[in-house]
Design a protein around this ligand. Structure first.
Ligand SMILES: [Zn+2]
Length: 478
């Protein structure tokens, strides 16, 4: 059996063709051209907006002219990951796909079912002679995976529908109705390097923590290396600070942090004894999940300079006062983190500057602003210069959403069970649409795929078939 002949054939033939067109994020020219050509071939109205998103439009099927316009949405780019022993040029080579039981997958690379299958399902409906629906639009965004650039730059008025079905979820039977918005808060401390006094200098290092994604994993309670380090340093009198760094990516929980401190020779013994005790305290608090936690010291040479003590004291105080972790849970959705903040990194990019990156998330816009301003205030009170990004809006779950009701009811009737209705504490393109389309009624759904963003990525053939029937049925009821 060839992939393009799987059922439903209209969907699989589109997907199969897309796997032969390179489409790495930020390099979508080829797939964009392919989409435009596909629309032309099928006589479908097709538009590009000023930044490169694609919109296709088909009229209602006979008898459905008075139904509202529905936008089906997916993204044209894919994550490009491969096994190290595989030779593959994602900018030029077609994917080497094959069928493995109920799965379609690719040899040694990502498959791009995320979100090629979403796009194929949307286009498949548009050319299906048996589908019944009101006017349909297919919005195909670019660069979802490395910045959501297409969704961010989407032209106002580009889509006309007020109902949007995002087809970029990965488990059949789940319906997403909310996501978190985000904002970054960055603080800069400036200091005059001061010649290092004669003391004994130690490097203190926190390592081996679990870390994780600052959205998806923030509720797990993993320790933040920056917080663990600073809490100890703040408990010690008479320290001077020569350097401090910790964490790396803005959207990751800090796994490692280290500082070089100077202390009077006479305090060294007590410092080490206190540290041993402190390690036991942290193990008592998080040892059940942080199995690899380590906090070590080593003697180092006297550095040339330290951070001027007036600044380092305030820096450490601000890092201790800065909140980190879950700030609030949703009452509308069980187990959904509503608001959180991540004390992501402390870096010293050049002498005289300490830069702290933090990021805040919430599915409630006002709460996102509130936590971002809380963090800003902490650092401003300590004398730092604070800048904030524009951020992106959250998508607040609406359990009364009309499009949710249609999709949930259709699911119940077709499968005789309840769909799972969920929201996630991370960003989705749907959140960004709300900036220019604040009244959009939206859900996110999709057929079952596993291993996305990895060479293990595969999509279920039986799930695509049943999801397609479901999508078609639900669209006919809107
Ligand atoms: Zn995706």
């Amino acid at each position: 059996m060839e992939i393009k002949n799987l059922t439903p054939q209209n969907v699989w033939s589109i997907f199969d063709a897309m796997t032969q067109v390179p489409r790495p994020s930020k390099k979508e020219e080829k797939i964009r051209q392919w989409l435009v050509g596909w629309a032309k071939e099928h006589n479908i109205e097709c538009h590009l907006d000023s930044t490169g998103n694609v919109l296709m439009r088909v009229p209602a099927t006979p008898g459905y002219e008075d139904h509202p316009t529905v936008v089906m949405q997916g993204h044209m780019d894919m994550v490009c990951e491969k096994n190290s022993d595989v030779k593959h040029d994602f900018e030029n080579d077609p994917l080497d796909t094959y069928i493995d039981g109920d799965w379609v997958t690719a040899r040694g690379t990502t498959l791009g079912a995320d979100d090629g299958m979403g796009v194929a399902l949307a286009l498949g409906v548009m050319i299906d002679p048996e589908a019944k629906h009101g006017p349909l639009e297919a919005l195909i965004t670019y660069d979802e995976e490395t910045g959501m650039t297409g969704a961010n730059n989407l032209d106002e008025g580009f889509m006309t529908g007020k109902i949007l079905v995002n087809i970029d979820s990965e488990t059949e039977g789940q319906i997403f109705i909310g996501c978190a918005g985000g904002k970054d808060t960055c603080a800069i401390f400036r200091y005059a390097p001061v010649p290092a006094p004669d003391r004994c200098y130690l490097k203190v290092k926190v390592s081996g923590l679990m870390g994780g994604h600052s959205g998806g994993d923030i509720h797990l309670g993993h320790a933040n290396a920056n917080k663990v380090l600073v809490r100890f340093l703040r408990s010690q009198p008479d320290l001077v600070l020569a350097s401090i760094t910790g964490g790396n990516l803005r959207n990751a929980i800090a796994r490692e942090a280290e500082a070089v401190v100077g202390l009077p020779e006479a305090r060294k013994h007590q410092f080490l004894a206190d540290l041993n005790q402190y390690v036991a305290v942290i193990e008592g608090e998080v040892g059940d999940i942080e199995k690899g936690f380590k906090m070590t010291t080593e003697s180092v040479d006297k550095p040339a300079h330290i951070i001027e003590p007036g600044v380092s004291d305030k820096l450490l105080a601000a890092l201790q006062a800065c909140p980190h972790g879950v700030q609030g849970m949703s009452r509308a959705m069980a187990d959904l983190v509503e608001t959180s903040t991540n004390l992501a990194s402390v870096k010293m990019p050049e002498p005289g500057i300490i830069r702290i990156e933090t990021s805040q998330r919430s599915s409630v816009e006002s709460e996102k602003e509130d936590i971002a301003n809380t963090v800003r205030t902490v650092f401003e009170m300590a004398g730092a210069e604070v800048t904030q990004g524009h951020g992106y809006p959250g998508w607040k779950p609406n359990v009364e959403s009309p499009v949710l009701k249609v999709f949930a009811q259709t699911y119940r009737e077709m499968y005789n069970k309840e769909p799972e209705v969920l929201a996630i504490h991370a960003g989705l393109e749907t959140g960004l649409f709300l900036t220019k389309y604040p009244d959009m009624d939206m859900i996110s759904v999709g057929p079952t795929m596993v291993g996305i963003h990895s060479p293990e990525e595969k999509v279920s053939i039986s799930s695509v078939e049943s999801f397609y029937k479901y999508l078609r049925e639900a669209l006919s009821r809107i």
